[in-house]
Design a protein around this ligand. Structure first.
Ligand code: SF4
Ligand code: SF4
Length: 460
């Protein structure tokens, strides 16, 4: 079996697609259906046409991509990845490709190529580092979005993404947590905070009417990153917020954004605004999840009723904390985070949402002077963790790929000599826990709001 054949995430079954109201496209209809979808995107999305028609193969993007650096597979060079679809585009939608396909590198679409799409567009973490260096601004992540959407419409998607989409529609979160489970976990966390922080009482209200703020945590925080929930609860307590979590949308992530932007993502947005209205919230505050925040910040306004979005603004918890720090309204004791700490810039925050400064304002306020050490490169030039866009697969070939794709990140972390790796994104954390283990890095992984909660000084 070739390395590429191994790099195929486990697929969602026909039964799972059926639960989502979709029938698989039969093999003998897949090629025509895919060409039809390319035609639709060609007519609607200018960035897609630009990516199809502009690349001059200068090669600048190759060394920018952590998946190419980790695997040295030419199809993981951003331009090579896009070529998998560009060759087909040329064949069907350019005059030269129709008349002289061999001369211009145009290629008929067949099932084998569709299989390659499935492999390589699920090896792209949609980190956009390639777009950052491309002289034409070709954004491979945009092409990956489109390729994954076409594959989804054909009935080809990873089990992980499809099962997660099913869970969110049924339960309002990716982990399939029930309201009873959410309340139980939050009560347990309250007790833990009370025990660890000298009797500090922090409540986590759920479905509380007449709240001012709807807080949207990542559901992974309930199981994997409880200190991120600690930090959010401590912050809201400190500032006296009238807040709630909704049991119907306990999810900052958005797997619709990663495979089916047209339906799943839209349903989440609609539910989010309905819940905020139900509890009378004046503001929605987003928890630590990079792709989910990008979806909320960049796509909610285009997917939802604009009037509703203007009535209920959406902010990020980092923006909230930063504003309080700048106003001098938080008493923080940096000595409580007295370790050498480095910061992983989640791609969706640093390259897509302009969070590089606010994360550093917070970091410098919650750790002692000199404790924070930057990775090289950082901010907008930072490397992806290797798990972005939900490619957190555990299938043997894909797990190995994830670890290879994190080689560059591991090297960056090791060079800092840090003891704590701060990664304020739920998917980054899920990738960095195994990265730390497999690369034997002597660091612990925390979120940024975790460090805020730990440094807050309560005086009652
Ligand atoms: S940097 Fe841009 S133009 Fe150059 S090979 Fe990559 S995608 Fe093509
Ligand atoms: S978006 Fe990131 S993972 Fe995808 S091709 Fe570009 S650099 Fe590579």
């Amino acid at each position: 079996m070739s390395a590429n054949e191994l790099r195929q995430p486990k697929r969602a079954s026909a039964a799972l697609f059926k639960k989502l109201g979709m029938d698989l496209v039969p093999d003998n209809e897949k090629v025509a259906a895919a060409i039809g979808h390319i035609d639709d995107f060609r007519l609607k999305v200018r960035s897609f046409v630009m990516a199809m028609e502009t690349c001059v193969k200068c090669g600048a993007c190759a060394e920018a991509c952590h998946t190419y650096l980790g695997t040295r597979d030419p199809n993981n060079i951003p331009a090579g990845r896009v070529d998998l679809i560009r060759k087909v585009y040329k064949r069907y939608f350019t005059v030269q490709g129709q008349l002289f396909p061999g001369l211009v590198g145009a290629q008929d679409l067949d099932l084998e190529t569709i299989e390659k799409w499935y492999s390589y567009f699920y090896q792209c973490s949609e980190c956009r580092r390639c777009a950052h260096v491309c002289p034409f601004g070709i954004d491979t992540a945009e092409v990956t979005f489109i390729a994954r959407q076409i594959l989804y419409w054909l009935g080809i998607a990873p089990q992980l993404h499809t099962a997660t989409a099913d869970a969110i529609l049924r339960t309002g979160n990716h982990m399939g947590l029930t309201k009873a489970g959410i309340i139980d976990t939050l009560e347990f966390l309250s007790e833990e905070i009370e025990e660890e922080y000298d009797g500090l009482k922090v409540d986590f209200p759920v479905d509380k009417p007449d709240s001012d703020i709807l807080y949207v945590p990542s559901s992974a925080d309930f199981m994997l990153n409880p200190r991120t929930l600690f930090g959010a609860g401590q912050f809201f307590k400190y500032v006296g917020a009238n807040w709630t979590i909704s049991s119907e949308i306990t999810e900052a992530g958005n797997f619709g954004y990663l495979s089916d932007q047209t339906r799943i993502q839209r349903e989440m947005v609609t539910r989010l605004l309905a819940e905020a209205k139900k509890y009378g919230c004046k503001k929605i505050v987003w928890g630590e999840c990079g792709h989910g925040w990008r979806a909320a910040k960049m796509y909610v306004p285009t997917l939802a009723d604009l009037v509703a979005v203007k009535q209920i603004p959406i902010t990020h918890i980092h923006d909230e904390v930063e504003a309080y720090i700048k106003a001098g309204l938080l008493e923080l004791d940096p000595k409580r985070n007295d370790s050498k700490i480095t910061l992983h810039d989640p791609c969706n925050y640093a390259r897509a949402c302009g969070h590089a400064d606010n994360m550093r304002t917070i970091m410098n306020a919650v750790v002692p002077k000199g404790a924070f050490v930057e990775m090289t490169p950082n901010r907008e030039a930072n490397f992806c963790c290797g798990g972005g866009s939900g490619i957190l697969f555990d299938d043997p070939g894909m797990y190995q790929f994830r670890i290879e794709a994190s080689n560059k990140k591991a090297e960056q972390v090791r060079e800092t000599g840090a003891e704590i790796l701060c990664a304020p994104c739920s998917i980054c954390k899920a990738q960095l826990y195994p990265m730390v283990k497999e690369h034997k890095l002597p660091v612990e992984v925390f979120g940024l709001i975790d460090l805020v909660g730990h440094a807050l000084v309560f005086r009652e």
